[in-house]
Design a binder for this molecule. Structure first.
Ligand SMILES: Cc1ncc(COP(=O)(O)O)c(C=O)c1O
Length: 530
């Protein structure tokens, strides 16, 4: 193995020597060819097969830095439990893992922090909407030339070989560092998500699209977007994927009441309410007043309105409480009344929910491989940690070589990274690949939080306007707007190399825009002066 430097992740990455890379590439190709669907598709789509192979080989050297790349891509075809959209998905997987949690404590992942109040005093400062087209009309985006290399063809291995290939990949990840794999996990390939109970809620796969106008405007990397704002379920967002696994557990436990907690404008609460409605369960939400905003739209519009439309009941809590403890005590009270309660921790962030983002990693790598698209980095907003944790586990377990950068929305960096790493470790254990994620794989930049959770800053609003005006895409002021502000700033400061292909995971949240109309209507010069 060789070492190369990743500037954003500030780490040395292990890269295979040429002969090791070729061997791993062979393994990846064979694993991909295992999938009957892909073999069929390949038979019909020789040009697509050629592009995929070109993408994999092009990855072995970075054209910008000249450094060898982190790892060759492995191209397993995505398993979509239940097959095509709409097919029934078994609620409890045969031979699946034990279920826990009916009476167990709610997980503590998101400790409270004191937050400043939202400045709603901008009312009356004018409702002037900034002029359209402020971000200019540039020339076309330049694309890198992928290296064209000839390819050998491979015979498909037997199903027995599949386990051996998976084992080889895990051993390669362990890098001879003595990571012990659970003997039980060696019996099951770690990315075999169909082993887990899951209910079909999401519109998958979500689109992967190139943002030409934004890329041109920023003049640096090629920016792509993974549209998890289009997952469906009450305007969509990242919680749909998590809820597929969480709500299947709720069903398996015979729950008649689902309870969760979040901020007043919580997207997680709104999507949980929608999932419960869809599955015929009652839903009760504890909503924490984290911003102290008195704006009637913040308090009653946006996600709050949708919670009510989905038939959920809500209860307010003041800021600063341990909300997961509040949830557990409210759930206990309902259990004492005879309800069968399934309590979901804030953000749906536990190992079960994080499986949704392991699945997203699978989906993304498969899309990239199908198109011959070399992804250099994935960036996302990170809050209660489940999204980034699941992504990091999935990307590592797949040996994708794609680092994931989180832009924090609440906690300071050390705490955020610890939360993500701790959850990633637990998710990897659940998945059957303990030790696949190391501490250095988890990077969160929290410089774009601004004044606090739920309090957008000037750069948040600018990011929302840029995506809206240049790409017709709606972000939100609490999560995706802050993630995009980080992305934009990194591009402007040259922290991503020119030509790098960055995928921004759009985690949704646009329903909250209607709770923030006052600040969104403020002209940029007033925002800048604040
Ligand atoms: C729109 C949106 N984006 C991103 C996040 C952050 O995801 P996670 O809490 O899994 O870190 C959330 C969490 O609530 C969200 O609602």
């Amino acid at each position: 193995m060789l070492l190369a430097r990743d500037a954003v992740h500030e780490r040395d990455v292990r890269v295979p020597r040429q002969e090791e890379a070729e061997a791993l590439f062979e393994i990846g190709r064979m694993q991909a060819d295992m999938d009957v669907g892909m073999m069929r598709a390949d038979a019909l789509d020789q040009p697509g097969r050629q592009r995929r192979r070109q993408g994999v080989l092009a990855r072995q050297h970075d054209e910008v830095s000249g450094q060898p790349r982190a790892a060759p891509e492995i191209v397993p075809k995505l398993p979509q439990p239940g097959g095509e959209r709409g097919d029934p998905v078994p609620v409890v997987g045969g031979g699946g893992p034990q279920l826990h949690g009916l009476a167990g404590p709610v997980e503590q992942l998101d400790p409270q922090m004191a937050l400043d109040g939202l400045d709603a005093a901008g009312e009356g400062r004018g409702a002037q909407v900034p002029p359209l087209g402020r971000f200019g009309k540039g020339a076309g985006v330049h694309h890198r030339q992928d290296v064209l290399e000839p390819f050998k063809t491979h015979a498909s291995p037997t199903s027995c070989d599949s386990r051996k290939l998976h084992s080889d990949l895990c051993d390669w990840h362990a890098g001879g560092q003595g990571i012990k794999r659970d003997p039980a996990s060696q019996k099951e390939p770690s990315m075999h998500l169909a082993r887990f109970p899951r209910v079909s809620l999401a519109h998958l796969p979500t689109p992967l699209e190139r943002l030409d106008r934004l890329s041109r405007e920023l003049g640096g990397p090629e920016i792509w977007i993974k549209r998890d704002d289009c997952t469906g379920l009450s305007t969509g967002g990242n919680k749909t994927r998590k809820l597929e696994f969480l709500m299947a557990e709720a069903q398996a436990q015979g729950a008649d009441l689902v309870m969760t907690q979040g901020a007043t404008q919580s997207n997680h609460a709104r999507q949980t309410a929608a999932a419960a409605a869809r599955l015929g369960m009652a839903c009760h939400l504890l909503l924490e007043d984290r911003t102290a905003s008195k704006d009637p739209n913040y308090r009653g519009n946006g996600n709050v309105l949708l919670d009510l439309l989905h038939g959920a009941t809500t209860e307010e809590r003041p800021s600063g409480l341990d909300m997961n403890a509040e949830l557990e005590s409210a759930a206990s009270a309902e259990r004492a009344r005879g309800r069968t309660v399934y309590a979901i921790p804030g953000g749906g962030s536990n190992p079960t929910g994080a499986l949704g983002y392991v699945n997203c990693a699978l989906e993304l790598v498969s899309q990239a491989n199908d198109r011959g698209l070399v992804i250099d980095r994935l960036v996302t907003a990170t809050g209660s940690a489940g999204t980034q944790a699941g992504l990091v586990v999935g990307l590592k377990a797949l040996n994708s070589g794609i680092p994931c950068l989180g832009f924090g929305v609440r906690a300071p960096r050390p705490k955020q990274e610890e939360m993500v790493f701790a959850l990633a470790q637990r998710t990897a254990e659940k998945l059957g690949c303990p030790g696949v994620v190391s501490r250095g794989d988890v990077v969160a930049d929290t410089d774009y939080v601004g004044p606090g959770y739920g309090l957008p800053r000037e750069d948040t609003i600018e990011a929302i306007r840029m995506f809206a005006e240049l790409e017709g895409i709606l972000l939100d002021p609490v999560y995706s707007g802050k993630g995009a502000a980080g992305l934009i700033d990194y591009c402007r400061k040259g922290r991503f190399a020119k030509g790098e292909r960055i995928v921004f995971l759009h985690t949704g949240g646009a329903a909250a825009l209607f709770g923030y109309d006052v600040v969104l209507r403020r002209p940029p010069e007033i925002l800048a002066a604040e």
